[in-house]
Design a protein around this ligand. Structure first.
Ligand code: GLN
Length: 495
């Protein structure tokens, strides 16, 4: 039974629970078994089996009283280890947070538990969410459950690689991640699952370990677009504790999945046709446009002229904010302390040993671009570019309702590749950072397989706070793609 139970998505499991055909305890036990079977993937940093079973038990009790809290009640999910969870270690995959056990719960996770969801554990990620391959984690790389016959392990993408691998391998019904420059969408694409980054401000950032505060957003990582809407409904909403969270009503996202796109105007940004673009990616993109056209949408070419500056601008703004946010890890307030003869040496030793190479690189870049001599030349310039990028999108959205683009420039690569040159790694984000800089909702949907047999995603970008149109179009792409391939390492059983 356990193999079969893990094959249900949220919507399917909700129906089983409602029909009394299973219990949250049974579901949770099945996932805990799958997590054990899949430990080799290294998707989880911390597992919380006892707490999970306890939450499942209370959910079953509620249900027995006829008092369910909604569609997530009793559903086992995984949480990126960047969300602070009360009483459960939160590492951000960094040595510097050794021993840190938050005394508070992030708003987004609190909302999920309030909706009855069951936490299975905390998932692995790139250190402080800095990376695109989940290879910078202090806890070691995550393996993508998708494999080929060449015997090489592939990256799951990053930084939410553990969450993506857990969902793809059926070690959780769904998961949450965060996306600063692509960390939900890119691993979603690499692992063949749905990854949605809502509008900046849609979900509270309170209690999420900060990377780049003007970009960070929480979002769902799920098997289907419908599950994505169910999760976001529970996660979203205004929070007085985050001054950048939007005081707007949260629509019923699931109701937006009408399957109807007649008359919808879909923009194809010509600048996303980057130099040396893989023919496979280009083919999939045209296929996606065809699918939407066949469903009755109108597909038009648009221009986002400043796209080519998005990546360099992002890699100035994000490290600048990171260098400031990470100043708090000083060996006094949180986690690791490396003792030394005096205070300054203690700071240096703690930060030098506590942060990994990529984090140190970002702190150095960030500090440099914010320094008095270079602030105008780099940081201010990047902010100006950010404004131009935002304006590009605003004017494009005067003509179209949604934008279709690739999610990633290539499929998952082998662990160890692209590690010698950080710029090669940064190129992963070429299609995801523009929407991040503009604060727009964007999501990736599994759309096909590469010739080698690895998943590829398509990306939908919508106007600020118009997740409904994004989901509606994504639902049509999902339906047309009919993506039903499964990774070889689906530990929870195939069906
Ligand atoms: N890959 C990007 C980076 O390394 C994005 C990371 C993210 O979205 N958290 O910064």
């Amino acid at each position: 039974m356990s193999g079969r139970l893990t094959s249900f998505d949220i919507a399917g499991a909700r129906d089983l629970l409602d029909a009394g055909e299973t219990s949250s305890i049974e579901l949770t036990e099945a996932y805990l078994k799958a997590m054990e079977a899949g430990r080799d993937l290294n998707a989880f940093i911390t597992e919380v089996p006892e707490a999970a079973l306890e939450r499942a038990r209370t959910s079953d009790e509620r249900r027995a009283q006829g008092e369910t809290l909604g569609p997530l009640d009793g559903i086992p999910i995984a949480v990126k280890d960047l969300f602070c969870t009360e009483g459960v270690p939160t590492t951000a995959a960094s040595h510097i947070l050794d021993g840190f056990v938050p005394t508070y719960e992030s708003t987004v996770t609190a909302k999920l538990w309030g909706a009855g969801a069951v936490m299975l554990g905390k998932t692995n990620l790139d250190e402080f969410a800095m990376g695109s391959a989940n290879v910078t984690s202090y806890y070691g790389p995550v393996k993508n459950p998708w494999t080929l016959d060449d015997g090489k392990d592939r990256v799951p993408g990053g930084s939410s690689g553990g969450s993506a691998a857990a969902v793809a391998a059926h070690m959780a019904a769904a998961a949450i991640g965060t996306d600063t420059g692509g960390s939900i969408r890119q691993p979603g694409s690499f692992c063949g699952i749905v990854g949605a980054k809502p509008t900046y401000g849609r979900c509270s950032r309170w209690g999420i370990v900060a990377f780049a505060s003007s970009l960070d957003q929480a979002g769902p990582m799920t098997r289907t677009v419908r599950d994505s809407t169910i999760m976001l409904n529970a996660m979203a909403g205004h929070d007085p504790r985050d001054s950048t969270s939007a005081d707007l009503a949260v629509p019923d996202f699931e109701a937006a999945l009408t399957g109807e796109v007649k008359g919808l105007k879909v923009g194809i940004p010509k600048e996303y046709r980057v130099d040396g673009m893989d023919a496979e990616i280009e083919g999939l993109w045209s296929q996606g446009a065809e699918w939407l056209k066949t469903a009755g949408a109108e597909v038009v070419d648009i221009s986002l002229p400043h796209t080519r500056y998005a990546l360099p601008a992002y890699y100035i703004v994000a490290p600048a904010e990171a260098s400031s946010n990470l100043a708090r890890y000083d060996g006094v307030r949180y986690g690791l302390r490396v003792e030394a003869d005096d205070l300054i040496k203690m700071y240096e030793e703690t930060r030098g040993r506590g942060f990994g190479a990529e984090v140190r690189r970002r702190v150095l870049i960030g500090t440099y671009v914010l320094s008095a001599g270079y602030y105008d030349a780099y940081y201010i310039k990047a902010q100006k570019i950010r404004t131009l990028i935002r304006r590009d999108f605003s004017s494009a959205f005067e003509d179209v309702d949604v934008i279709l683009a690739p999610a990633t420039p290539f499929a998952a690569f082998a662990i160890g590749e692209k590690m010698d040159d950080p710029v090669q790694m940064y190129l992963n984000d070429v299609f995801t950072v523009p929407a991040s800089l503009a604060g727009l909702p964007a999501m990736s949907v599994p759309a096909g397989l590469s010739a080698e047999g690895l998943p590829l995603g398509l990306q939908l970008i919508a106007k600020a706070f118009d997740e409904e149109t994004m989901f509606r179009a994504a639902g049509v792409v999902e339906e047309a793609a009919g993506f039903d391939a499964a990774p070889a390492l689906r530990v929870g059983g195939r069906s």
